[in-house]
Design a protein around this ligand. Structure first.
Ligand SMILES: Cc1cc2nc3c(=O)[nH]c(=O)nc-3n(C[C@H](O)[C@H](O)[C@H](O)COP(=O)(O)OP(=O)(O)OC[C@H]3O[C@@H](n4cnc5c(N)ncnc54)[C@H](O)[C@@H]3O)c2cc1C
Length: 461
């Protein structure tokens, strides 16, 4: 840590008026801090320009989500976890729920806020393309009053915003008029979570009578600000999706974006990826009007108990499975994953432990709890690289499992897909050093990854 806490002042008025009075009393002196996940990185590096910080975390007006028939208002200091748990967001704004699930790990999602992501103004921020395509508006507030700004006008240049020094983002307003749209979200980075995007896409579209009626595409990390591809959208609207249209869209995308070379990637790579992502979305959009995914359309028609039973092996928690069944109809993969995330976040520790018990120990084939044949079959596939362990590694894993269970009182959970036995052993040894709370969160994260992989396999069958 290069900063000395004694040089800083943090105050916590606890009311909106209190925060606004401070901001207007000494303009540019006070820096709002919400979750602190960006601010604390600067602080720790000794690069925080302000010495006076004012806390937004305990300001009630900034932490509410209000739903009315035509819009949803998200308080700027709502965390990603709160967004992921909100039903209307996961049902009607799956692009935002998906972006929330990409934003760092669980700890980061518990603290990081949507308002912080917007005000921090990184062109690589994951939630911003979704706000562009959903036509978000921002309410900005200061001691002088409140004003509404379309989000598309908020980022004025690299790390520049329309926010005055005495202003706060109060809330983010999304119109509720995008149900029935095909959605597509993709983050290309070194990894999905805990990695800054090289390119990320949020797209929405609607096709009727074989023609694109409305299309909205936005990309992050391809320009100094998150970019809505209005020219590409214009050339696509009213057209039938055919291979030649997809090829010409790739070219228009490449002309419209202004990618840069930086430490994470090259401009050429970003252009190619952006074109591919838009092409992928158009292919998905072309399926609208045709029958949805076979597995999902059959599942959508099952009685609730049967639907819960069928999806249970994807996670192992009966409460999760019941919640998924109650969220039907689910029409595609993006909505399925967003619904699964919201259901998962609403669970408690006993549900997590139930899900853990549905897995066999690494190196074994049968779980302690009776689990569905589909779950056992997936476990075998997931552990197939690990099954090739030599005798010494297999023995070390067995002892490691035992030590883990003695220390934490539950089975060791790791997303084994693609991992060799030695890699799993290394992870196990490292995690044995965790304290119980950290380890539980890690296991929850691993279980979440397993759930995603299984859901994708399930609907591909
Ligand atoms: C480990 C880690 C992983 C991360 N992964 C990702 C990722 O995958 N994708 C991604 O997009 N980001 C990622 N981030 C960045 C960060 O978590 C997000 O940008 C987050 O949304 C910031 O929110 P916050 O509340 O923590 O902001 P803070 O750090 O509290 O504030 C950030 C900035 O916004 C200002 N601010 C905050 N709230 C308001 C408001 N209501 N009105 C006006 N100004 C305000 C602050 O003054 C500050 O300038 C990551 C960060 C870390 C540390």
């Amino acid at each position: 840590m290069r900063a000395d806490p004694r040089d800083y002042q943090l105050v916590s008025p606890g009311t909106l008026q209190g925060v606004l009075s401070l901001l207007s009393s000494e303009p540019k002196q006070w820096l709002p801090i919400a979750g602190g996940t960006d601010v604390m990185v600067l602080y720790a590096a000794g690069k925080l320009p302000n010495k006076k910080l004012v806390n937004l975390w305990n300001v009630p007006e900034l932490r509410q989500i209000g739903v009315s028939p035509d819009q949803i208002r998200i308080g700027a200091a709502c965390s990603y976890t709160a967004l992921r748990k909100q039903d209307v967001i996961s049902r009607e704004f799956p692009l935002l729920a998906t972006a929330a699930s990409w934003t760092g790990g669980i700890a980061n999602q518990n603290r990081g806020t949507l308002g912080g992501n917007i005000a921090n103004a990184s062109p690589a921020a994951d939630s911003l393309p979704a706000l562009l395509v959903y036509d978000a508006e921002l309410s900005l507030v200061s001691g002088r009053g409140e004003r509404r700004v379309p989000y598309r006008n908020f980022h004025t240049g690299y790390k520049q915003t329309a926010l005055a020094p005495d202003e706060l983002i109060l809330d983010i307003v999304l119109p509720r008029r995008f149900s029935g749209y095909v959605v597509h979200a993709k983050k290309v980075g070194a990894r999905k979570a805990q990695a800054i995007s090289k390119v990320c896409l949020a797209a929405l579209g609607r096709v009727t009578d074989g023609m694109i009626r409305d299309i909205r595409v936005a990309l992050g990390s391809v320009a100094p600000v998150p970019l809505r591809l209005t020219e590409t959208e214009r050339t696509l609207t009213g057209k039938k999706i055919e291979p030649s249209l997809i090829e010409s869209a790739r070219r228009t995308v490449a002309q419209e974006i202004r990618p840069i070379d930086d430490v994470r990637s090259t401009a050429r790579y970003r252009s190619a990826v952006a074109g591919n992502l838009v092409a992928e979305f158009l292919e998905k959009l072309a399926l609208q009007g045709q029958p949805p995914n076979n597995v999902l359309s059959r599942w959508n028609g099952l009685p609730s108990a049967e639907a819960a039973r069928e999806i249970l092996p994807c996670c192992g928690s009966t409460n999760w499975a019941a919640r998924m069944a109650s969220r039907r109809p689910i029409i595609d993969e993006t909505s399925l994953l967003a619904a699964a995330d919201a259901a998962w976040r609403s669970l408690g520790e006993s549900d997590w432990l139930e899900a853990f018990r549905s897995h066999p120990r690494i190196g074994e084939t049968h779980p302690e709890k009776d689990s569905a044949p589909q779950s056992s079959a997936w476990s075998v596939e997931e552990q197939h690289k690990a099954a090739a362990a030599d005798e010494a590694v297999a023995m070390a894993l067995k002892w490691g499992n035992r030590e883990y269970e003695q220390k934490f009182g539950r089975i060791f959970i790791v997303c084994a897909t693609g991992k060799s036995a030695s890699e799993i052993l290394e992870v196990l040894r490292r995690r044995l050093h965790n304290d119980d709370a950290t380890e539980l969160q890690q296991a929850v994260e691993e279980q979440w990854q397993i759930m995603h992989i299984r859901l994708k396999k399930w609907i591909a069958e």
